[in-house]
Design a protein around this ligand. Structure first.
Ligand code: NAD
Ligand code: IPM
Ligand code: MN
Length: 377
């Protein structure tokens, strides 16, 4: 029996997770998998009502569970960053989910915005580092005169170098935020990317950085990529600067097999990559700690612009559920969900709004379940 923590969250979170859970339950029936769902109320409503974001007691409770299935977080009534940091990032950091695995796959029948690109052209993995870089949360925001300590830090870090004429009397407001890359933090995620390439027989790993400007942190990242890659002589390697890779994703997505990237660039390029696979409504992901509790969630957010209209596409969440089953070792069940999704997408009879159809969130989920139930295993 698997104990799965269920966190629907905000906006479209509850409606998409409902369909995801439905698909996981349907496939569990077929393959005799026993799942015990433990639902948590965390998100905007709970926060506004109680002032509580995500208590330590819940994290402790989840420590003994097998995985987390997550919808989305974020609400326009709450300042950006509060729930994102106090719920989503807190979970990623607490469970040290150092890999954010985001497969990019154009399924048959899905409209692709790129001219002349087909399913065989868009099929690769982005392995995003998930615990470092600019996500560590170290920084400050202040008026120059208000805090001498901050001022000193800032002086040391930037001001001296770029020779800004600094006037205490001006009380100019300032902010800084530090990015951090560590040797062990990069090693483990880059190694994971190479192991993934090996396991899937993909012969190339591309490293993303901005080592031409942010020479300190991404210089270290590069060095470590080179060290790790030397242990995999059969796998081709290359470096792409992050600005260039956004262009290459559009121009020649067929080039890529496994892309490994620091955290923030990974965030940005996976929204772009999601679009070339048909949109955020399809893009699935997993926050993985191979030795701990992992969390599966779509790449997209809470989509407040369409929340409550029952028009969101639950496919990304359903596919994230398949990734969760795969991670738990239920390979056949995971495969079955992906096959069912693939059938629904390629038939196109039931199609969500983001893909140009007019089916509701629930109709898409129901159709996936129908396909699962009609398949022979
Ligand atoms: P978003 O991903 O929520 O939405 C971007 C656009 O894509 C919107 O137009 C939305 O309608 C559309 N979209 C997203 N998912 C869709 C789906 N399943 N079906 C159809 N259309 C879909 O990004 P945003 O608008 O920049 O952010 C909204 C909130 O979500 C913010 O509070 C943000 O911080 C948060 N966020 C959370 C997560 C997460 O929980 N993992 C991820 C990204 C953003
Ligand atoms: C994502 C999201 C998150 C991120 C935010 C909401 C913290 O954009 O999962 O891609 O930046 O990682
Ligand atoms: Mn993102």
């Amino acid at each position: 029996m698997y104990n799965i923590a269920l966190i629907p969250g905000d906006g479209i979170g509850p409606e998409i997770i409902r369909e995801g859970k439905k698909a996981v339950e349907a496939v569990s029936k077929i393959f005799a998998i026993d799942i015990n769902w433990i639902e948590f109320p965390f998100g905007a409503e709970h926060y506004l009502r109680t002032g509580e974001s995500l208590p330590g007691s819940a994290l402790k409770e989840i420590e003994d569970m097998d995985a987390i299935y997550f919808g989305a977080i974020g609400d326009p009534r709450i300042k950006p960053g509060v729930l994102e940091k106090e719920i989503l990032l807190k979970i990623r950091f607490y469970f040290d989910q150092y890999i954010n695995l985001r497969p990019i796959r154009l399924y048959k029948g899905v409209p692709c915005p790129l001219k002349d690109k087909n399913p065989e052209d868009i099929n690769f993995y982005v392995v995003r580092e998930n615990t470092e870089d600019f996500y560590i949360g170290i920084g400050g925001r202040f008026k120059a005169r208000a805090n001498q300590d901050h001022l000193e830090v800032l002086r040391k870090l930037y001001i001296a170098k770029i020779q800004v004429d600094f006037n205490l009397e001006q009380e100019e407001e300032m902010a800084y935020q530090i990015g951090l890359i560590s040797r062990p933090g990069s090693q483990r995620v880059i190694k994971y990317a190479f192991e993934l390439a090996k396991k899937k027989n993909l012969k190339k790993v591309t490293s993303v950085d901005k080592a031409n400007v942010l020479t300190h942190i991404y210089g270290l990242w590069r060095d470590i990529f080179e060290e790790v890659s030397s242990q995999y002589p059969d796998i081709e390697t290359e470096f792409n600067f992050v600005d260039a890779i956004t262009m290459f994703f559009i121009q020649r997505p067929e080039w890529y097999r496994v892309v490994v990237t620091p955290n923030m660039f990974g965030d940005i390029i996976t929204d772009l990559a999601a679009m070339i696979q048909g949109g955020l409504g399809i893009a699935a992901g997993g926050n993985i700690n191979p030795e701990g509790v992992s969390m599966f969630e779509p790449v997209h957010g809470s989509a407040p612009d369409i929340a409550g209209k029952n028009i969101s596409n639950p496919t990304a969440t359903i596919l994230s559920g398949a990734m969760m089953l795969d991670h738990l070792g239920e390979i056949k069940a995971a495969r079955a969900i992906e096959d069912a999704v693939e059938k629904v997408l390629s038939e196109g009879k039931v199609r969500s709004h983001d893909l140009g159809g007019n089916s509701s969130t629930m109709e898409v989920g129901d159709e996936v379940v129908r396909k699962l139930e009609r398949s022979k295993y």
